[in-house]
Design a protein around this ligand. Structure first.
Ligand code: SAM
Length: 217
């Protein structure tokens, strides 16, 4: 188990659906973060493939100049998802209530999760689903910064530093046999936190933890 029971707790333990009942047409990270993520997607995703954008909203950060066969979205707010121009279809499902996805085995080339993994209370179940729906050789890209809805992030995430959060996501991958050893991309902010707290912009730090479903042996 990658987490102890107390590490899964949120300060606000009401149903997540209530917190996401109203749409938020905002971006949760700055332009620099989004540019790095879009560039990473451009490098690692293949055109004309099937993408699952897990814990998505009205934006997917996919490169405008790339076409995909199918982009399946998922999240908690239907209004946000219905406005996302990249999605062909979407599912509304609370992963903390039911982590099992109604998607077939080995049906996606890539699973993406952007700035949301901190809200997952049962990562071993969710990462097992990521593995199940990925085709052999398929990629999972989990990206995050240092921002969060603090009251909805699990205790393990709230208590961690930026680098121990990377270790946490690596542990989530390691909890499922069959993923490759995760690769980490870490671009820390160039301005120290205490200066950002007094209003000097530093650029959001960018982290991505990437693993592939191993090809069949
Ligand atoms: C910070 S937003 C990020 C949205 C999007 N990935 C982006 O890059 O803008 C967090 C998203 O996680 C989703 N989410 C939060 N808790 C969830 C849960 N328990 N089950 C499913 N989705 C959840 C919400 O729908 C929300 O859109």
């Amino acid at each position: 188990m990658p987490l102890r029971p107390n590490q899964r707790l949120k300060l606000d333990d009401t149903d997540d659906k209530l917190f996401y009942a109203y749409p938020r047409f905002v971006t949760h990270v700055d332009d620099g973060f989004i540019q790095q993520l879009t560039d990473l997607y451009r490098q690692r995703l293949k055109p004309n493939t099937r993408i699952f954008d897990m814990m998505s909203s009205w934006v997917s950060h996919l490169p405008d100049d790339m076409e995909f066969d199918h982009v399946e979205g998922h999240g908690l707010n239907a209004e946000e998802l219905s406005r996302n121009p990249r999605l062909n279809h979407y599912i509304v499902q609370n992963l903390n209530e039911n982590p099992q996805l109604t998607l077939p085995d080995q049906s996606f080339d890539a699973v993406l999760n952007c700035v949301s993994v901190q809200y997952v209370q049962y990562p071993e179940a969710v990462f097992s689903e990521i593995y199940r729906i990925l085709k052999p050789g398929g990629i999972a890209i989990i990206s995050f910064s240092n921002r969060m809805f603090f009251q909805k992030a699990i205790q393990a995430w709230r208590d961690a530093t930026e680098s121990t959060r990377v270790e946490l996501v690596k542990r989530y991958f390691a909890s499922v046999p069959g993923f490759t050893t995760p690769e980490v991309i870490a671009h820390k902010s160039t301005v120290p936190n205490f200066l950002q707290w007094v209003g000097i912009p530093g650029g959001d730090p960018f982290y991505a933890v990437i693993a592939y479903r191993r090809e069949a042996q």
